[in-house]
Design a protein around this ligand. Structure first.
Ligand code: ADP
Length: 225
């Protein structure tokens, strides 16, 4: 398999005053390009910390993170920002769309480094992909929760990232809308985008190629489906 990323002995602690919390404690795994991985575990076990490091929002204290064989754990803030723009897309439980912008403009925000024509074409293509081309001029609050999450997925996929990181993307959705979001994530993975999704839903985890279970900052189990 074509390996996209490899983390080994990744650790991250938060310190406030005298108190230290080991959010990640020597975590190691590999993910192939186009793989769909579900990350599960109780609240506080380190899932968001891991997702932030994988998406270049945060750096580990110790350990290695290789992206296509290149070490990124020790890069500067500026290099991490460039990697994030080029390689990572994020989807959150709360959608995080900008209410003052319409749907097309929300997606366009992810493409500010492209020329105007290329931007417009890509926005149209990716809204079509999530089935919302007809809602391009609507504001986010005029859409259902499920539609808003599909816009957020379009925004994340617009720059054609290698890695899509989703933090409980179906957490605020009913089962029909959750299933539609899962279908989009699955088709993104089938198209070659690596998807790493935090979820509390066993049903949605079962749609992934692999489930990684965490507890107290460590990996305690893996299931390949
Ligand atoms: P999860 O996403 O699984 O709920 P997190 O990665 O958010 O877990 O948190 C892991 C641990 O690190 C928790 O004990 C949490 O309280 C702690 N933590 C997370 N972020 C911070 C922070 N910014 N400052 C201090 N502690 C933090």
């Amino acid at each position: 398999m074509n390996q996209l990323l490899q983390v080994s002995s990744l650790s991250r602690a938060y310190r406030s005053g005298e108190v230290e919390t080991r959010a990640l404690d020597s975590v190691s795994f590999e993910v192939a390009a186009g793989e769909f991985v579900a990350l599960m575990g109780p609240s506080g076990c380190g899932k968001s910390t891991l997702l932030n490091i994988l998406g270049f929002l945060d750096a580990p204290d110790e350990g290695s993170y290789r992206l296509r064989g290149e070490e990124v754990a020790t890069l500067s803030e500026a290099r991490l920002t460039r990697l994030r723009r080029a390689h990572a897309g994020f989807v959150f439980q709360s959608f995080n769309l900008i209410d003052e912008l319409n749907v097309a403009e929300n997606v366009e925000v992810a493409l500010l480094y492209r020329g105007a024509d290329a931007r417009r074409r890509r926005v149209e293509a990716v809204l079509d992909q999530v089935g919302l081309a007809h809602r391009a001029r609507h504001r986010p609050r005029q859409l259902s929760g499920g539609q808003q999450q599909r816009v957020a997925i379009a925004r994340a996929l617009a720059p054609e990232p290698d890695l899509l990181l989703a933090d409980e993307p179906t957490g605020n959705l009913d089962s029909a809308n959750g299933a539609a979001v899962m279908d989009l994530l699955k088709s993104a993975a089938a198209g070659g985008t690596t998807v790493i999704m935090v979820t509390h839903s066993a049903l949605h985890a079962a749609a992934a190629d692999r489930t990684i279970r965490m507890l107290d900052g460590r990996i305690v189990g893996e299931t390949r489906l």
